[in-house]
Design a protein around this ligand. Structure first.
Ligand SMILES: Cc1cc2nc3c(=O)[nH]c(=O)nc-3n(C[C@H](O)[C@H](O)[C@H](O)COP(=O)(O)O)c2cc1C
Length: 171
């Protein structure tokens, strides 16, 4: 399919115009710079206690996509024709970044030191005691939010997307 999308800041066009697209124009290549901007926009998504548990892997080489296509039997066309596949992971050790994230917020003047201290003393033990299944749920909600925002930001940059849950998992 030949790409005809334009960049847009029209929110209505972005939300109503987004569709899960299965076949892409293989001539379209997203530059490194644009990809960074799109990911940066996506990561402005909210996350539980601002822990930003998402991690991305951008697969754009033909070899990488061939390998990936094997793991996505029902979604090969999207993997092979798109400019890039972005694998969204969650970091189940995200609590380890709590001090750093809150420290940065204090450093940048977004958060008073007392709030950081209070949050760390209350939230850190809570997170550390969460059963893995509960932490998994919290992190997966955040992954869904960042993924949605990623698709909308990509649409604003003139790119279609397709969320893909259909891939082989290691059980
Ligand atoms: C979590 C999730 C997983 C999905 N997995 C796939 C998939 O494996 N393959 C696919 O073609 N579409 C997949 N979709 C896309 C949905 O089929 C699509 O969003 C839905 O039919 C609505 O269409 P729209 O996105 O064009 O509005 C997935 C969507 C979500 C939210």
């Amino acid at each position: 399919m030949k790409s005809t999308l334009q960049r847009t800041n029209d929110f209505r066009e972005i939300t109503f115009g987004r569709r899960s697209v299965k076949l892409y124009d293989p001539e379209v290549k997203i530059s490194r710079e644009e990809m960074s901007e799109i990911l940066e926009g996506a990561t402005r998504a909210p996350s539980s206690v601002n822990l930003q548990p998402w991690r991305f892997l951008v697969i754009e080489s033909p070899e990488g996509k061939e390998k990936l296509a094997e793991l996505a039997r029902f979604n090969k066309t999207q993997v092979l024709t798109s400019s890039a596949v972005i694998a969204v992971f969650v970091d189940m050790n995200n609590v380890e970044y709590m001090d750093e994230i809150f420290g940065k917020a204090v450093e940048l003047g977004y958060m008073p030191q007392e709030v950081k201290d209070m949050q760390l003393s209350a939230v850190k033990p809570y997170y550390n005691n969460l059963p893995p299944a509960a932490l998994h749920d919290v992190n997966f909600i955040d992954a869904g939010l960042v993924s949605m925002q990623l698709m909308l930001v990509a649409r604003a940059y003139g790119y279609d997307t397709n969320p893909i849950g259909g891939y082989e998992r290691i059980k």
